[in-house]
Design a binder for this molecule. Structure first.
Ligand SMILES: [Zn+2]
Length: 245
């Protein structure tokens, strides 16, 4: 009854492989979704950083503008004060000096007015840029939160699917002889989740290499569980495949 034991074991191995292939794909999918989520969050942080930077720059410009406005007020006062002194002046020399003071203060007023106008342009430009970024950020955050909701739901479904098959998998695994179980598990871990593969037309469908003719012949005998000499995966013949078994 050796042969029938091997057939039983191969059946268990193939059932196990089916479950593990699903799990492997589900875990891959989970990884991709988590990567997407991280990428979305990273993009959000980038836009947020730009918005913060623009806000800081705007604050700095407004402080500079306030300082210029204060200076302007002072210079205007200087003009008024100097002009008030003019009627009471007695000497030509003093008159010229005060007129010069008035001129300088007026020139300062004009300079300051120009600088303030320039600041206003800068502030307007930056405020507009910030508003655009604010809108971009809001739109992106809405998009991210929606996509995040989708992804969370998908991850939840994946986890449910994964855990729902744990008992079934364990029951199958426990039916394998200990060494065979170990070998299977090692292959699943090292061969991208694929441990059990069909041999067809003389080739291993795991690595697509030709099997030595004697290996292929042994497969028909079902004396033992055989492995591909190239990739070490467990190989079987599918009785459903025409011309085999
Ligand atoms: Zn192979």
């Amino acid at each position: 009854m050796e042969g029938s034991d091997v057939q039983q074991q191969l059946k268990v191995l193939r059932d196990l492989q089916r479950i593990d292939t699903h799990s492997y794909e589900a875990r891959q999918q989970r990884q991709e979704l988590e990567k997407e989520l991280a990428e979305l969050e990273r993009e959000g942080e980038q836009v947020r950083a730009v918005v913060t930077e623009l806000g800081d720059a705007l604050d700095a410009l407004e402080n500079e503008r306030r300082e210029l406005a204060r200076e302007l007020g002072q210079e205007r006062e200087n003009v008024v004060k100097a002009e008030e002194r003019l009627p009471a002046i007695k000497t030509q020399k003093e008159y010229v000096a005060v007129l010069k003071e008035v001129d300088t203060a007026k020139k300062n007023v004009r300079d300051l007015e120009q600088r303030i106008a320039g600041k206003d342009d800068e502030i307007n430009r930056l405020a507009q840029e910030k508003q655009e970024k604010d809108e971009e950020l809001a739109a992106q955050e809405a998009k991210v939160s929606e996509r995040k909701g989708d992804i969370d739901e998908q991850l939840r479904q994946i986890d449910t699917a994964l855990s729902s098959r744990e008992d079934e998998r364990k029951a199958l695994f426990d039916r394998l002889p200990r060494m065979l179980g170990k070998r299977y598990q090692m292959l699943v871990d090292r061969r991208a989740g694929l441990a059990v593969v069909e041999a067809r037309d003389g080739a291993c469908l795991g690595c697509n290499m030709q099997l030595p003719p004697q290996s292929f012949n042994e497969l028909f005998r079902n004396d033992e569980v055989l492995t591909c000499p190239h990739c070490n995966r467990i190989i079987y013949l599918d009785p459903e495949t025409p011309g085999q078994a």
